[in-house]
Design a protein around this ligand. Sequence first.
Ligand code: F6R
Length: 265
Amino acid sequence: MEIIIKQDYEQICEEAIKIIHQAWKKKNNLVLGLPTGKTPLGVYRRLIELNKKEEIDFSQVITFSLDEYLGLEENHPQSFAYYMEKNLFQHININKENIYRLSGNPENIDEHCKAYEEKINSFGGIDLQILGIGRNGHIGFNEPSSSLSSRTRVKTLTLETIEANSRLFQDEKEVPRFCLTLGIGTIMEAKMIVLLALGKNKGEAIFKCVEGPITASVPASILQLHPQAKIIIDQEAASLLSRKDYYQWVYKNKERVDDFIAKKK
Ligand code: F6R
């Protein structure tokens, strides 16, 4: 795991953008896995700017959404399909047929989830999966106790997630209780994973994700097993980490290590 601690949200977004940009330069038909929520909004804004300046071209990029509320149609203002459209897709030159989403109203849920996984595999898997993290350590909507090898499926949201997400609904009762989400096993197959978090209220989840035991009670802790997982956080989200100084030291020396390795080749 690479722990990257930044001063503020702008720097977190810059770091994420740098990674996405580099990945796209290496592979123009990048397969990106994308989350919703408050955390990635700044990244999406920067991607739109870069696209407008023609520094990144989305015409060959393929995207897979991470999750969706069950029971909401695509055009419902609180659906994740609507969020992605409003905050990213409608502003960039992505081909509509390259946007893959979990439906909020599939005819057959099991078949829909299976087909989604098959679609991901047909592109050779997700190259870069962006994630946020819930205060309870969820990734996607894999709530605590989710199987660490789970595939795309239905999940029941926890009351804390319903409460956290109720800010966008008129009434907490309107927040759907069920969702579809990429499984933890599916997420772990992405070639690279970048998790973003900021603020004190994510501190405990980040501590458990990075320094706690690997457990289904904290789904994000499974990222400790991923060979290419980057955790990009601000000082507040990093506040409970016991090896914070070491992570900063590693990051400071990263270029020197990369140079050293390159010279050895
Ligand atoms: C959203 C998702 C969730 C969020 C997490 C953090 O698609 O899968 O795991 O990433 O709940 O949400 P924010 O960013 O709103 O704090």
